[in-house]
Design a binder for this molecule. Sequence first.
Ligand code: SF4
Ligand code: SF4
Ligand code: SF4
Length: 174
Amino acid sequence: MPVTAKQATRREFLNRLRSAPVPQSGVPDRAIRPPWAHHIDTQCTACGDCAPACPEGIIGLDHNQYPVVDFSKGECTFCAACVDACPEDVFDTTQEPAWQLDIAVGNTCFAEKGIYCRSCGDSCPESAIRIPPQLGGRARVIIDEEACTKCGACLSACPADAISITPQKEYSHE
Ligand code: SF4
Ligand code: SF4
Ligand code: SF4
């Protein structure tokens, strides 16, 4: 029986899925995947097309060629170029928030040590960071979790490497 175009496309897709490296279950995955990539573990074929599509250059590929976001290279502007570049059903922009991430400020923060610094607050496009002064010349960085989109702009702006953004535990395949 002749193979229809639809069958050929499906066969091609399944072949690519079979040849793609699949994350081993039980292996901790603490990587940050691109925004809205809610079905990376079931739909991503590791084609890598989303990486060069990112105008901010923050998407790289892990050792299995799956896309991974590196906020040390810049911020996500939520432009959705990665979504548009993906030929599979990896992304779902109807699901918000775009990703399930935690943000934290560590103890290397200059402001908290009494050294004047407002870099993270100045870089935040959502005005989600307040740095109220405390006693003794120190200041405290407070992030409004509701307003924060986890875009990562503050991470690369911080001269003390004090900000970390990590996948929430229940979404990290651990
Ligand atoms: S939404 Fe845009 S800026 Fe963000 S990771 Fe995707 S391509 Fe890059
Ligand atoms: S473009 Fe889509 S299928 Fe290809 S690596 Fe990126 S998320 Fe995976
Ligand atoms: S990650 Fe959150 S706090 Fe940091 S710049 Fe983006 S919106 Fe602001």
